[in-house]
Design a protein around this ligand. Structure first.
Ligand SMILES: [Fe+2]
Length: 155
């Protein structure tokens, strides 16, 4: 592979993409859990809202995995690998109010936004992979929009 990025830099970028893929997968799963378990007077609204968010995350997951393949690396795909690479934590509890579910998801989006912001600088400046930097910037903006929508539900 000869695309103007050193082999070791490609491998560093792919490691970061593995982490992003794992975190997107954890957040997808947690959003789906909220879709299933939310209850209360706004049930149907939130049930559909969480579905729109996990569907967007599902599309992002596919794009990140295919970006890893575009860099010549293999994409992780098992739950064990995702748990190994992720920085987000799984939730053990099922019973939670709608506000608690939204708050927990918002915290994860904000954590991912911070992680991407730092990672993008390294991808661009240290590893000189402007393609991945641009790609991840688009994902960061998506999370900022999703975080805004979650925040808008909080009282
Ligand atoms: Fe459903």
């Amino acid at each position: 592979m000869h695309i103007g990025i050193a082999e070791q830099d490609l491998s560093q970028v792919s490691s970061f993409l593995n982490q992003v893929l794992a975190d997107e997968t954890i957040l997808f799963t947690k959003t789906r859990k909220a879709h299933w378990n939310v209850s209360g007077p706004n049930f149907m609204e939130l049930h559909k809202f969480f579905q729109s968010q996990y569907e967007a995350l599902d599309a992002t997951i596919d794009e990140v995995a295919e970006r890893i393949r575009s860099l010549g690396q293999l994409a992780p795909g098992s739950l064990n690998e995702f748990l190994h690479y992720s920085t987000l934590k799984e939730t053990k509890t099922t019973a939670a109010t709608a506000q608690e579910l939204i708050h927990a998801l918002l915290e994860d989006h904000e954590s991912l936004i911070r992680e991407l912001r730092v990672g993008i600088v390294a991808v661009n400046d240290t590893y000189h992979d402007v393609g991945t930097g641009d790609f991840l910037t688009g994902i960061l903006e998506q999370h900022e929009k999703m975080a805004w929508m979650l925040r808008a539900y909080l009282q």
